[in-house]
Write a protein that binds this ligand. Structure first.
Ligand code: SF4
Length: 356
């Protein structure tokens, strides 16, 4: 199976049941795309429902008075979007007899519709092979193809537009374009991408290189130091090993899962990271672990540092644990975690553990 087939199969099973996906009515797709500009899906949902109840057709929108249109938009922000919808609805009634146009240039010419929205409406409503590139698509494609060119340079952005178009399978634009965006929203997220359950993992160059967090490439204003670190979730009979950082150290007094810094400004592959983690475990706990399970990567940013904290799980047997340092420690079960103060990165690890 190729990348497209994997992605389409995944989308078929995992897509969110969004109201504009029920019948792919062009009017609904159009309104949803405009509402989704700069706004999250969860925020849009109640607005979309109210809008469609009050203004179910292009004609009803064209005939509505502006006060009503703006009231329905109240709280969504960027009110010019609502005004543009209203004006375009009148234009569509005049010029296209109330039928939303299916010609790409006509769609593109409507007020408030840029290249991305035109591509989204043409592909989603009319299944036309038109490309779409937004923040999600930049991120997903830059990772899958390990594109090292900065997305801040307009010249480089064209690479993404051409690439995305070339990937659309014949007759599948509607589903493929949405699948790519859905992957970016649900799996290939900016922080902590869920590579382990990603349907296109085997095609992903950044995953193979073990440097997913380096994509998409941005033109950094100030040089940031990239740190790779690793943390260990050691589990024994439903409990997990944590220890308390001594006062006087950074984050002193907070509890954490054992962690180690691996590198500064140096890239390691996924297997190198595992090997180095195993070595630290052996050195600090004087024990050999055979099997490490990757739980994900947590981003931690502090002054001029971008840190990727790779989190691993290992099962521990009934032996006593010998730790080189003498920090206070505990074996805590999941419901105990809330009693211990963790730094935010380690709270995220605790949340990951709670899903095990
Ligand atoms: Fe994104 Fe990871 Fe999937 Fe690659 S493997 S596409 S980085 S989620």
């Amino acid at each position: 199976m190729n990348l497209q087939t994997n992605l389409l199969n995944w989308f078929q099973k995992n897509q969110r049941p969004l109201p504009w996906r029920k019948a792919y009515r062009p009017y609904e797709v159009w309104v949803s795309e405009i509402m989704l500009q700069q706004t999250q899906v969860e925020t849009v949902l109640p607005y979309f429902k109210r809008w469609m109840e009050a203004l179910p057709t292009i004609e009803s929108l064209a005939q509505a008075d502006e006060k009503k249109v703006l009231k329905l938009w109240e709280g969504l922000g960027y009110y010019s979007r609502a005004r543009n919808l209203h004006e375009s609805a009148k234009f569509i009634v005049d010029k296209f007899d109330g039928q939303f146009p299916d010609d790409f240039e006509d769609i593109f010419s409507l007020k408030g519709i840029g290249r991305y929205s035109a591509g989204a409406i043409a592909s989603i409503a009319f299944n036309q092979e038109q490309p779409i590139v937004d923040g999600n698509v930049f991120r997903v494609l830059s990772r899958i193809y390990a594109i090292k060119k900065s997305i801040d340079d307009p010249k480089n952005r064209e690479i993404f537009w051409r690439l995305q178009k070339s990937l659309i399978p014949k007759g599948e634009a509607r589903h493929f374009n949405q699948a790519l965006m859905e992957l970016g929203a649900l799996i290939c997220t900016k922080e902590n991408p869920k590579c382990l359950i990603c349907p296109v993992q085997k095609f992903c160059k950044a995953f193979k290189e073990g440097n997913v967090e380096n994509y998409p490439v941005r033109s950094a204003r100030k040089k940031m130091v990239k740190i790779q670190a690793t943390a260990l979730v050691l589990g024994k009979n439903g409990k997990y090993f944590i220890h308390k950082r001594p006062l006087g150290k950074i984050m002193g007094g907070l509890w954490e899962f054992p962690e180690w810094k691996l590198s500064r400004d140096r890239k390691f592959s996924a297997s190198q990271i595992q090997q180095k983690t195993l070595k630290h475990i052996q050195d600090d706990f004087d024990m050999k672990i055979e099997d490490l399970k990757n739980l994900g990567t947590i981003k931690r940013n502090y002054t001029h540092h971008n840190e990727s904290l790779h989190v691993f799980y290992a099962k521990f047997d009934d032996r006593d644990l010998h730790h080189k340092n003498d920090w206070p420690s505990a074996w805590a079960n999941k419901s105990d975690f809330k009693k211990y103060p963790f730094s935010s990165a380690h709270s995220k690890i605790a949340a990951l553990v709670s899903t095990l």
